[in-house]
Design a protein around this ligand. Structure first.
Ligand SMILES: NC(=O)c1ccc[n+]([C@@H]2O[C@H](COP(=O)([O-])OP(=O)(O)OC[C@H]3O[C@@H](n4cnc5c(N)ncnc54)[C@H](OP(=O)(O)O)[C@@H]3O)[C@@H](O)[C@H]2O)c1
Length: 331
C-alpha cells in the first residue's frame, strides 16, 4: 500500500509518499481503507524523532482517520465490509489502509463527511479527558484554556461550555483573529498572551478568585502565571510543553497554600480498555450530539490538503496559523 513515510528524522521535507506493507487485521481488528486523516501536533514531534510510537504500534504517523471497512479480522462482530467508520489509533493513519480495534471503531452517519469524522477523535478524546477525568470540572466553575485556538483548545472550549456548563471560559491565544474564533466557539474571554498580561486579566475576570481548572500545553513560560491564576483547590492538567519544560524560578509554596492538584496526562500511552471506555463516553456525550445537532458542538476544519501535499500541510501546522483542525485527503 501507499503511505506517508519519514525518510529520516527531521523537518517536513523528510515526509515522502512511499510503499510499505499493508497491515493484517488480527481477530479483534478491522482493516480500514482510509479516505481522510487529520494532523496533530504530536505528528510533528514524532516526525522529528523525539516521540516514538508506543511499543507494538505502527511506526507510520497518524492517530485518527475516516474510511470504509475493507476486511474484518475474525468474526464479523456486527461489522460489514464497506461500512463508513472513523476512529482513534496508536499510529498508522497516514496510509491507504490502517487497522483499528473493533471496539474503538465508530460508524459515520450518512450525512457526516469523511473529513469531519477524521477531525474528531484525538482532540475530543483529549479535551474531554482533560476537563472531566483529569480535572473533575464541575458546573459553574471557571476554566482557563491555553492555546485556545489549537485543535484541542478549540474543542475544550465547547466541552467546557456545553457539556461542563462552566461559568467563565477564558482562553489565551497568540493573535487577534484567534480571539474572535475562540469567542465564536463559546469562550467568554480571550486574552492575547503576546500583548496582554494574561494572569492579571484572569485575576480581573474572576474578581480575584482565580480559575478552578487550567488546561495547559505551554509549560515553562506559563508556569508561574498558572500557579498565580489557580483558585483554592484548583486543578491543572499539563498536556504538552510547547515553550519548554524547564523552569528557572518558581514559588512552589503556592501549591501548598492553595491546595493545588497538578497532573500530567498522555492519551497515547493509555491502554485499550481505558480508551474503549472513554470512546463509549465520547460517543454518547459528544459525537452523538455533534451528529444529530442536539448540542451546538462542532469540528472546525481550518484547511484541507491532498496527501501529495503533506509537506506543505506540516509546514502550515508548524507556522501556528491554524485554528482548529487540518485534514488530509487521500487521492
Ligand atoms: N498529552 C496528551 O494527551 C495530548 C493529546 C493531544 C495533544 N496534545 C498536545 O496539545 C497541544 C495542542 O495540540 P494540537 O494538535 O491541538 O495543536 P495545534 O492545533 O497545532 O495548535 C498549537 C497552538 O499552540 C500555540 N503555541 C505554539 N507554541 C506556543 C508557545 N511557545 N506558547 C504558547 N502557545 C504556543 C499556537 O497558537 P497561538 O497562536 O495561540 O500561540 C499553536 O497554533 C500540542 O502540544 C499537543 O502535542 C497532548
Amino acid at each position: 500500500m501507499k503511505a506517508i513515510l519519514v525518510s529520516e528524522p527531521g523537518d517536513a521535507s523528510k515526509l515522502v509518499l512511499g510503499e510499505t506493507e499493508t497491515p493484517t487485521p488480527s481477530e479483534s481488528q478491522l482493516l480500514v481503507k482510509v479516505h481522510s486523516f487529520a494532523l496533530n501536533r504530536m505528528d510533528v514531534v514524532q516526525r522529528q524523532g523525539s516521540y516514538p510510537a508506543p511499543f507494538g504500534a505502527s511506526q507510520i504517523l497518524g492517530v485518527e482517520f475516516a474510511g470504509t471497512v475493507s476486511k474484518i479480522g475474525g468474526n464479523a462482530d456486527g461489522w460489514k465490509e464497506g461500512e463508513r467508520v472513523f476512529g482513534l489509533v496508536y499510529g498508522g493513519a497516514y496510509a491507504e489502509y490502517v487497522v483499528i480495534d473493533k471496539q474503538m471503531a465508530m460508524r459515520i452517519p450518512d450525512h457526516i463527511s469523511y473529513q469531519t469524522a477524521a477531525s474528531l477523535p484525538e482532540v475530543w478524546f483529549t479535551a474531554y479527558q482533560a476537563l472531566f477525568l483529569n480535572c473533575n470540572l464541575e458546573e459553574g466553575e471557571n476554566v482557563l484554556i491555553h492555546a485556545g485556538a489549537s485543535g484541542v483548545g478549540s474543542v475544550a472550549i465547547q466541552i467546557a461550555k456545553y457539556i461542563g456548563k462552566a461559568k467563565n471560559i477564558i482562553v489565551t491565544v497568540g493573535t487577534e483573529d484567534k480571539k474572535t474564533f475562540c469567542k465564536d466557539l463559546g469562550a467568554t474571554h480571550a486574552i492575547n498572551y503576546k500583548t496582554e498580561d494574561w494572569p492579571k486579566e484572569v485575576e480581573k475576570i474572576t474578581e480575584g478568585k482565580g480559575v478552578n481548572v487550567i488546561v495547559d500545553f505551554v509549560g515553562a513560560t506559563h508556569w508561574n502565571g498558572n500557579l498565580a491564576s489557580l483558585s483554592l483547590d484548583g486543578r491543572m492538567v499539563m498536556l504538552a510543553f510547547l515553550s519548554g519544560a524547564v523552569i528557572k524560578e518558581s514559588n512552589l509554596a503556592l501549591i501548598l497554600r492553595k491546595r493545588l492538584t497538578i497532573r500530567g496526562s498522555s492519551l497515547r500511552s493509555r491502554e485499550l480498555p481505558y480508551l474503549r471506555k472513554l470512546k463509549n463516553q465520547l460517543e454518547t456525550q459528544a459525537f452523538g450530539p455533534i451528529f444529530d445537532n442536539s448540542l451546538p458542538l462542532r469540528s472546525h476544519i481550518d484547511k484541507q490538503f491532498s496527501w501529495k501535499d503533506i509537506q506543505e500541510a506540516h509546514r502550515y501546522l508548524e507556522s501556528n496559523q491554524s485554528m482548529g483542525k487540518i485534514v488530509i485527503n487521500i487521492d
